[in-house]
Design a protein around this ligand. Structure first.
Ligand SMILES: Cc1ncc(COP(=O)(O)O)c(C=O)c1O
Length: 410
């Protein structure tokens, strides 16, 4: 809980959208904003200090994700890393017919890029459906692969419903059917909670970003296994071994490495704390609000820690969020990137949730600074908000619409 400038109590439960920068991350970054701000490509002594900081950050990150320093490309974040992975691999491929396999519930940074790639006739795309919990079946990935499949891209964990995919098993299926197919995973949501050992996951490319793990925004990374053909998508300078041009943001890179180090150090206690809050909300909310249900897996091993998502019938998720905001709670209806859009979430629709029910979606994502009191306060206020909105709504809630029942309760 924090207090706003006008004295209002604020409870932030939207850590899947972004996280507050850790004070230790800011402390690590500051010297590279105030003293060592010089261009790392320059020759003088201060610039050498910035170059050294970038090298050290690269070594640290490589070490923490089971990689070599040469396999780390610094970018501006998850969106850019995903774009570089997809477009860079397709541009470097020598095959005449190119094919990519992905899933229906990927982040728009993946899905929209794939759509563009197809429109530009660069590759054909196959999209795999997910199950009711939002999980990708590794066997379905295997079935979709052909001789032309250059790349498979499947997210590690979903940003809206927290579902974790079995990346190592998917890699195993891919390797069995076509050893030339490359495998990329978007680990933006999972990195803070699950970490990533690129060798254990057996991926060729992996995306993560600083701002989902108490690090800075505008700092991201693409891991690219040595030997993977990749064509730069931003050119003009020799930075990042000619794979991503542009003067490096030393402070952001230092912050990214520090954030990763700290999340790994604190992972065990963070997970225990976040799962306690998440489980409390997942179990209680559907009991407190009629016609509501949890979305995604309820099992802790299949769901991101701290993540709790729901559908609430006969009410718009956006209206609930506005009322929650007025009451001091910052939450989300799904991904922050689609907030403001009137379309129901493609993730919920992909899981088979009826469109009218999917409009009432809510996502709460807890972090280090949340407490049990936050959950209890939310459980007190939310049923009142929902009841009030329903009483004002023209929607008829006297009978359950077709296809809703299996999504309600927990
Ligand atoms: C799964 C996933 N991929 C990619 C992104 C985009 O990352 P960034 O905001 O760093 O560009 C997000 C952000 O919400 C995300 O949740």
């Amino acid at each position: 809980m924090t207090i706003s400038r006008d004295g209002q109590r604020r409870i932030y439960i939207d850590h899947a959208a972004t996280t507050p920068p850790d004070p230790l991350v800011i402390e690590a970054m500051l010297p590279y904003l105030t003293q060592y701000w010089q261009n790392p490509s320059s020759i003088y002594v201060e610039a050498q200090a910035t170059r050294q900081a970038i090298d050290q950050s690269r070594n640290k990150i490589a070490d923490l994700i089971g990689a070599q320093p040469s396999e780390i490309i610094f970018t501006s974040g998850g969106t850019e890393s995903n774009t570089l992975a997809l477009r860079g691999v397709i541009a470097a491929s020598q095959l005449s017919d190119k094919h990519i396999v992905s899933s229906a519930t990927e982040h728009h940074a993946i899905l929209d890029t794939l759509e563009q790639i197809e429109l530009e006739n660069l590759a054909n795309i196959s999209i795999i459906e997910v199950d009711k919990l939002g999980q990708v079946n590794p066997g379905e990935v295997k079935k979709a692969i052909t001789n032309d499949t250059v790349l498979v891209t499947i997210m590690h964990a979903n940003n809206e419903v927290g579902t974790i995919n079995d990346i190592a098993q998917i890699a195993h299926e891919i390797r069995e059917v076509n050893p030339n197919t490359l495998f990329h995973t978007d680990a933006v949501q999972s990195m803070a909670h699950l970490g990533a050992n690129t060798k254990e996951l057996d991926v060729d490319l992996l995306t993560f970003t600083g701002h989902k793990m108490y690090g800075p925004r505008g700092a991201g990374c693409l891991y690219v296994r040595n030997g993977t053909p990749l064509q730069a998508q931003i050119v003009g300078g020799g930075q990042e071994e000619r794979r991503r041009a542009g003067t490096e943001d030393t402070a952001a890179i230092v912050g990214l490495a520090k954030a990763l180090e700290l999340t790994i150090d604190r992972r065990e206690s963070d997970i225990a704390h976040e799962q306690k809050l998440q489980n409390l909300l997942l179990s209680k909310l559907p009991m407190y609000i009629p016609f509501s249900g949890a979305t995604g897996p309820l099992n802790n091993s299949e769901r991101l820690p701290g993540h709790a998502s729901f559908v609430i019938g006969f009410v718009e998720g956006e209206s609930i969020l506005v009322a929650l905001d007025l009451a001091g709670f910052a939450a989300s209806s799904g991904s922050a990137c689609t907030t403001g859009s009137i379309e129901p979430s493609h993730v919920l629709l992909g899981m088979g949730i009826p469109e009218d029910l999917a409009r009432g979606s809510l996502r709460f994502s807890f972090g280090r600074n949340n407490s049990e009191e936050d959950v209890n306060d939310l459980l007190e206020i939310l049923p009142v908000i929902v009841q009030k909105l329903r009483s004002l709504s023209p929607l008829n809630n006297s009978s359950l619409p077709h296809g809703w029942e299996e999504w309600l309760g927990n």
